[in-house]
Design a protein around this ligand. Structure first.
Ligand code: KG4
Ligand code: ZN
Length: 345
């Protein structure tokens, strides 16, 4: 019988408690995600204290469930991988403490992972060949980051947002339009019945040379469109169902134009012929279609993270095997890094 090593990956950086068992060849044997969306919905966004308490309650049952689903025991593991950056400090600490405890008690290596890099690696998990070198784009609730990815262990940040992330803008626009959290899927759903050309929202920084994003002004433009400019006596049209849908569709079209344009700019800047896109906003159907069209027109290879691996999960912790090969293990001083740190800094 051939034996293949196994590792347990843990993810708790934001509001998903997740664990996966992954074989050395990259096969994901189990992938459990306990979402906290229902807990945060009434606040319209993630409340850090609520998130860390919920992680604390869920982490051990989630690890237990993922081992059972994989039909393996703790003692069969060869390593523990854990996302230690970036994210909410309290949330990250729950995952790290569980990972350290398991690694210490089982006497197996501890592998720290960068959550953002793992989002890009998710694109390799169903690709027929390696994605590297590539431009990696992580577009999520907390990040809109473009990377020059030279290898699985060498990611250089090219640019990010100077204010709100793309997913954050979707979440805030959902609040303006009185739609449920998380905002991305609900705005996208409402946009299906709207006219994307109804309102000419700005395309922030689209024609700027910098590889940077800014979505805060766009969110304000949506607010003014919906409720009028404060202090102005100009009347605004009634916020009918059709108008809400038109605003959603026009907002989504503006965000997608910017995201696609900046990816094209990053490909041109680096000279890479492959683009990999992951993170929650990569679930967006319009974005996926527009990127497909762009790749056909411009002749680059596009690898989108599979739908179920776009939002936060631990299966994308499969990148840990690449770090395992190069002996990138941590010692007991390993700590969390909540803010974004550039790979290589
Ligand atoms: O990657 P993720 O699960 O968590 C972070 O690391 O932030 O991304 C969550 C974000 C949320 O802002 C959510 O509104 C957005 O991804 N999102 C979407 C869609 N599905 C999720 N945004 C636009 N369209 C979608 N279909
Ligand atoms: Zn994420």
């Amino acid at each position: 019988m051939t034996t293949s090593r196994l590792l347990l990956a843990i993810e708790s950086s934001c509001d998903e408690t997740a664990a996966a068992v992954i074989r050395e060849d990259g096969t994901v044997l189990s992938n459990i995600v306990a979402s906290q969306a229902a807990l945060h919905e009434k606040f319209g966004g993630v409340v850090p204290e609520v998130a860390s308490r919920a992680h604390l309650e869920r982490i051990l049952p989630v690890i237990d469930d993922t081992l059972k689903a994989a039909n393996h025991k703790l003692t069969e593991l060869s390593a523990i991988a854990v996302m230690t950056e970036p994210g909410l400090v309290g949330s990250l600490l729950v995952g790290l403490t569980a990972a350290k405890s398991l690694s210490w008690s089982l006497g197996i290596p501890l592998i720290p992972l960068n959550h953002i890099e793992a989002h890009i690696y998710a694109c390799e998990m169903q690709a027929s060949e390696t994605i590297f070198p590539c431009v990696g784009f992580v577009v999520s609730g907390g990040h809109s980051n473009l990377y020059d990815c030279r290898s699985a262990t060498d990611f250089q940040l090219l640019g990010s947002t100077i204010d709100d992330a793309a997913g954050e803008a979707f979440d805030k626009v959902a609040r303006i339009l009185d739609l449920p959290y998380p905002g991305g899927p609900s705005v996208a759903r409402l946009a299906e019945t709207g006219d994307p050309a109804a309102i000419g929202f700005p395309r922030p920084l689209l024609h700027d040379k910098r590889l940077a994003f800014s979505f805060s002004g766009l969110k304000t433009a949506v607010m003014y469109e919906a409720f009028g400019v404060p202090g102005s006596h100009k009347s605004v049209p009634e916020l009918t169902e059709q108008r809400r849908a038109d605003i959603a569709a026009s907002f989504q079209a503006a965000v997608v134009d910017v995201l696609v344009g900046k990816c094209e700019q990053a490909l041109h800047h680096t000279g890479h012929k492959t683009l990999c896109v992951g993170g929650g906003v990569a679930c967006n159907q319009l974005l996926r279609e527009r990127l497909q069209r762009s790749s056909t027109k411009r002749g680059y290879r596009l690898e989108l993270a599979p739908g179920d691996l776009c939002t936060d999960n631990a299966a994308m912790g499969a990148i840990a095997w690449r770090l395992f090969e190069s002996g990138k293990f941590a010692d007991w001083n390993l700590d969390v890094t909540p803010g974004l740190v550039r790979a290589g800094d």
